[in-house]
Design a protein around this ligand. Structure first.
Ligand code: ADP
Ligand code: MG
Length: 291
């Protein structure tokens, strides 16, 4: 791997994966080692919420994309978010991850971390991993190298070149490979994977950092039926260990994985309940399912 690529990788990982700043331990001290498996600092979930949004508003040039949005997610929950195009689903994720700053409202990670006090890179480090719609793996690197790269923090080129996995990290990597159904493709170049496999690999890269909360935006778009079914299986194994917020249009997929479904429309919550409950809701039928 070239130094350029390393630098590029480190920069990208700062954006996509929760990592600790250089030499920083969870207790706030310094340590010499790098590249270890990072367990994000504890998040206070004593109030039964991993994520809490209240009365959040965002306007773009006078257009209200998010309108008094309130929503909370329990620890270990897999929450599905549905809603028509333009409902504000991606913008909501932009707000949670610090990409977009709301005009007003409250956004908390656990009971004590005010996300509006943090920048995008810090929010990733706090333990919030985000998967964008398009897969963005390193195509010319192998599956193994992509996952390995996800462990490397922003250490500069020289340190990254000397990086070696320790046994805990190797175990973690093996576990993630198995979870994402890529144990048989370790040495395969990522560019040669199918679209679905690339998506799994990127989820694997997020998992290497052991995020508390994972935000996934249309993860099965473009997947084959078989890949979609395997992704549902994957998400069900993640539930409980991580909290997940999954935005999807594929109702079959939602039916397989969902407990509570939140319907977003015009920037706020229109309905919430089981998929059957929201699908029977007249307002939901009108704005979305009946189109
Ligand atoms: P969804 O993901 O539910 O389809 P989005 O969150 O992408 O919806 O968009 C919600 C609305 O906000 C849309 O009308 C979109 O055009 C608008 N919007 C989103 N981001 C921006 C932006 N950066 N500038 C202007 N308008 C935006
Ligand atoms: Mg979107």
């Amino acid at each position: 791997m070239t130094p350029d690529l390393m630098e590029q990788g480190a920069q990208r990982l700062q954006k996509i994966a929760p990592v600790l700043p250089q030499g920083q331990t969870e207790s706030g001290g310094r340590e010499a080692g790098f590249g270890r498996v990072h367990t994000p600092g504890e998040v206070d979930i004593t109030h039964g919420r991993i994520l809490y949004l209240e009365d959040v508003n965002v306007s773009f040039d006078g257009f209200k994309a998010i309108n008094n949005l309130s929503l909370d997610i329990a620890p270990g929950e897999l929450r599905c978010i549905i809603g028509p195009n333009g409902a504000g689903k991606t913008t909501m994720m932009d707000i949670i991850t610090g990409k977009t700053r709301p005009d007003s409202g409250t956004v908390f990670f656990g009971s004590t971390i005010n996300l509006l006090d943090h920048r995008e890179a810090d929010i990733a480090q706090l333990g919030i991993g985000r998967k964008f719609q398009k897969p963005t793996v390193f195509e010319h690197l192998t599956v193994f190298e992509n996952l390995e790269l996800a462990l490397k923090t922003n250490k500069g080129v020289a340190a990254s070149m000397l990086f070696r996995l320790d046994s805990t990290q190797s175990d973690r990597l093996a576990e993630v490979l198995h979870t994402i159904h890529l144990a048989g493709s370790v040495t395969r170049q990522a560019g040669l994977l199918s679209h679905g496999q690339k998506q799994w690999l990127e989820i694997g890269m997020l998992l290497m950092q052991d995020p508390k909360l994972l935000l996934l935006d249309e993860p099965v778009a473009g997947m084959t039926d078989d890949e979609t079914a395997r992704t549902a299986e994957l998400f069900l194994t993640l539930k409980g260990k991580h909290s997940l917020m999954v935005v999807e249009h594929d109702m079959g997929f939602i039916r397989t994985i969902s407990d509570i479904v939140t319907v977003l429309c015009d920037g706020s919550v229109l309905a919430q309940g089981t998929l059957d409950q929201v699908q029977a809701d007249e307002r939901v039928i009108e704005v979305y399912l009946g189109r």
